[in-house]
Design a protein around this ligand. Structure first.
Ligand SMILES: Nc1ncnc2c1ncn2[C@@H]1O[C@H](COP(=O)(O)OP(=O)(O)O)[C@@H](O)[C@H]1O
Ligand SMILES: Nc1ccn([C@@H]2O[C@H](COP(=O)(O)O)[C@@H](O)[C@H]2O)c(=O)n1
Ligand SMILES: [Mg+2]
Length: 480
C-alpha cells in the first residue's frame, strides 16, 4: 500500500512539489536495507477529498452530487449515500411500516457507514448495500462495489448528524431548498418512482419528515461550510465548489488539513534545483547558488501573503493604473544559523528590511530538547508582520520555541509567516496544531524524519553545507 501510494503520488504530482525520491529507495526501505523513517507522510498521501452533502429530503442533494461529478469528469469520484445504511426492518416493523420513522438518526447504521469510510480512506474497495425503497431492504439487490477514489461524496439527509462522520469531511455542503419545493418534489418522486399513494406520502411527511427536518436536519446546517440555495439550479455555487475541489486535489494532503500551509507550485526548474541541492556530492558554490534561487522563490511567495492596500498611480501615458501598495510594517527574523542563509533573499526583495535573530541550541538527540540561547529582535516587532526564516522544518520544536518567543513579544500569531525550503510532516503538524493562525510557506514537503530526528530525504545540515563548514561531514550511502 505504501509503495503504491507513493507511486501514485509521483504520477499525480503535476502541480505540487513533493520530495523527490524514486522507487529504488523505496524498494530498499521495503526490503529493510534502508531504515524506515518515522514518517507519517506515507499514510497521509492519497487521502481522498471527502465532501459531505446534507439537506432535507428531495432538496436536490443527488442533483448537486451529479453536477459535481459531471464537472470533475477527470477525477475519480464516488458517492456514498446514507440511504445505503438504513437498518433492515424487522418483520414486525414491516407490518406497520407507516409507523416507522425513516427520518430519525437511529434509522441509520452509522457504525457500518464509518467502517466503510475507514476502508475507503485506507485504500480498500468496499461493497455498499443497494437500498430498496420499495421493499425497505438493503439486501434486495446485489451490493455496489466502490473503489477508493480521489473524491468521496457522502450524501444524505442526516450526514452531518454524527460528529464522527462530520470529522471525515474536508468540505460540508448544505442544500437549502424551500419546504414547499421539497414537498412537491417528494410527492412526485414517491408516487412515480416508489409507487406510493399520495395519502401515504402526505401522512409520512406530516408525521415524520417535517418534524425530523426541524429537529435533526435543519440544526446541522450550522456545520456547513457552504449553503447552496436552489440546489442544482445554482450553477455559480457548483462552479465555485468544483474549483475549490480542484485546487485542493492539486495540493499535498497536509494542505487539505491545514489551510495555512502553502507548498509553492512545482515546476521542473524547482524539482531540478532540489535535485541538485539534495545531492550529497554537490560542491558548496553550487549548493549555495541553487539554494539561493529556491530561497528567493519561497521568499517571494511568502511576501505574497502579506496584506496590501490599493494604490493608484499615473503612468507615463497619463493613464490611471490601479495597483497595490506593499505592506511596509514588516521584518525578518532568522533562526541562527541556517536561517541566516535566507536573509539575502529577503533583503533583495525588501529594501532596508530589519532582520532580527534567534538562536536555539539543539541539545541531545531527543525530539523535545531545544534551548533558547540568544535573541535580538526589533523593538517594535509587535507592530510588524514577521517573516520567520528557517530553511528546514523538522520536528517543529525549534520553530515552536521561536514562534512562542515572537508571540511573547506581542506579535499576533496571524502576523507570522514561516518560510522554509523543506518541511517534514511532523513539524507541520506540530506547528500548525500549536499555532493554527500562522502561515507556513515551503517549497517541498518531505517524507518524514529518521530515527535521529533528521529530515529525510532531506539535504543534511543546511547551515554547514551553505556556509562551507561541512568538510568532515560523513555521507550515509544506502547499502545496495
Ligand atoms: N433543480 C431542480 N429542478 C427541478 N427538479 C429537480 C431539481 N433538483 C432535483 N429535482 C428533482 O427533485 C427530486 C429530488 O431531487 P434529488 O436530487 O433526488 O433530492 P435529494 O437527493 O435531496 O432527495 C428528483 O426527482 C429530481 O429529479
Ligand atoms: N424506505 C424508505 C427509506 C427512506 N425514505 C425517505 O427517504 C428520504 C431520504 O432520502 P433522500 O434521497 O430524500 O435524501 C427520507 O425523508 C425518508 O423519509 C422512505 O420514504 N422510505
Ligand atoms: Mg438523494
Amino acid at each position: 500500500m505504501a509503495a503504491k501510494s507513493v507511486v501514485d503520488l509521483i504520477e499525480s504530482s503535476s502541480g505540487v512539489h513533493y520530495s523527490g525520491f524514486h522507487m529504488d529507495a523505496l524498494n530498499k526501505i521495503n526490503a529493510g536495507t534502508v531504515p524506515p523513517t518515522t514518517s507519517v507522510a506515507d499514510h497521509m498521501y492519497n487521502q481522498p477529498f471527502v465532501i459531505g452533502v446534507a439537506g432535507g429530503a428531495a432538496a436536490g442533494k443527488t442533483e448537486v452530487c451529479n453536477m459535481i461529478i459531471q464537472q470533475l469528469h477527470d477525477q475519480r469520484v464516488v458517492v456514498v449515500n446514507q440511504d445505503s445504511f438504513y437498518h433492515n426492518l424487522t418483520e414486525e416493523e414491516l407490518t406497520r411500516v407507516q409507523d416507522y420513522n425513516f427520518d430519525h438518526p437511529d434509522a441509520f447504521d452509522t457504525e457500518q457507514l464509518l467502517g466503510v469510510m475507514d476502508k475507503l480512506k485506507h485504500g480498500q474497495a468496499v461493497d455498499i448495500p443497494n437500498y430498496d425503497f420499495k421493499s425497505y431492504k438493503s439486501h434486495a439487490f446485489p451490493a455496489r462495489r466502490v473503489n477508493p477514489s480521489d473524491v468521496i461524496i457522502l450524501e444524505g439527509i442526516l450526514i452531518f448528524h454524527d460528529p464522527r462522520v462530520r470529522e471525515l469531511m474536508n468540505m460540508k455542503i448544505f442544500v437549502d431548498t424551500d419546504a414547499d419545493v421539497r414537498l412537491a418534489r417528494r410527492i412526485k418522486r414517491d408516487t412515480v418512482q416508489k409507487s406510493r399513494d399520495i395519502g401515504t406520502v402526505l401522512d409520512q411527511y406530516s408525521k415524520f419528515v417535517k418534524p425530523a427536518f426541524d429537529d435533526f436536519i435543519l440544526p446541522t446546517k450550522k456545520y456547513a461550510d457552504i449553503i447552496i440555495p436552489r440546489g442544482g439550479d445554482n450553477h455559480v455555487a457548483i462552479d465555485l465548489i468544483v474549483q475549490h475541489i480542484r485546487t485542493k486535489l492539486g495540493q499535498h494532503d497536509l494542505c487539505k488539513i491545514y489551510p495555512n500551509l502553502y507548498v509553492i507550485q512545482s515546476t521542473f526548474q524547482i524539482r531540478g534545483m532540489h535535485t541538485l541541492i539534495r545531492d550529497c556530492q554537490i560542491k558548496t558554490h553550487d549548493f549555495v547558488f541553487y539554494s539561493d534561487r529556491l530561497i528567493r522563490l519561497v521568499v517571494e511567495h511568502g511576501l505574497g501573503h502579506l496584506p496590501f492596500t490599493e494604490k493608484q498611480i499615473i503612468t507615463p501615458t497619463g493613464s490611471v493604473y490601479t495597483g497595490v501598495d506593499f505592506c511596509k510594517r514588516l521584518c525578518g527574523v532568522s533562526v541562527i544559523r541556517s536561517g541566516e542563509s535566507m536573509e539575502n533573499a529577503l533583503r533583495a526583495c525588501c529594501k532596508g528590511i530589519k532582520i532580527g535573530k534567534i538562536l536555539i541550541h539543539r541539545e541531545g538527540e531527543g525530539d523535545n530538547s531545544q534551548q533558547l540561547i540568544y535573541e535580538k529582535l526589533p523593538n517594535d516587532i509587535s507592530d510588524r508582520h514577521v517573516l520567520l526564516l528557517d530553511p528546514i522544518l523538522g520536528t517543529g520544536n525549534s520553530a515552536v520555541q521561536a514562534i512562542n518567543l515572537l508571540i511573547k513579544k506581542g506579535v499576533p500569531e496571524s502576523n507570522i509567516i514561516f518560510l522554509n525550503l523543506i518541511s517534514a510532516p511532523q513539524g507541520v503538524h506540530v506547528v500548525c496544531k500549536a499555532f493554527p493562525r500562522i502561515k507556513i510557506v515551503t517549497s517541498e514537503i518531505e517524507l518524514g524524519l529518521n530515527k535521529d530526528y533528521r529530515v529525510v530525504p532531506g539535504m543534511g545540515e543546511f547551515g554547514d553545507r551553505y556556509f562551507g563548514t561541512d568538510d568532515d561531514q560523513q555521507v550515509v550511502v544506502p547499502s545496495q
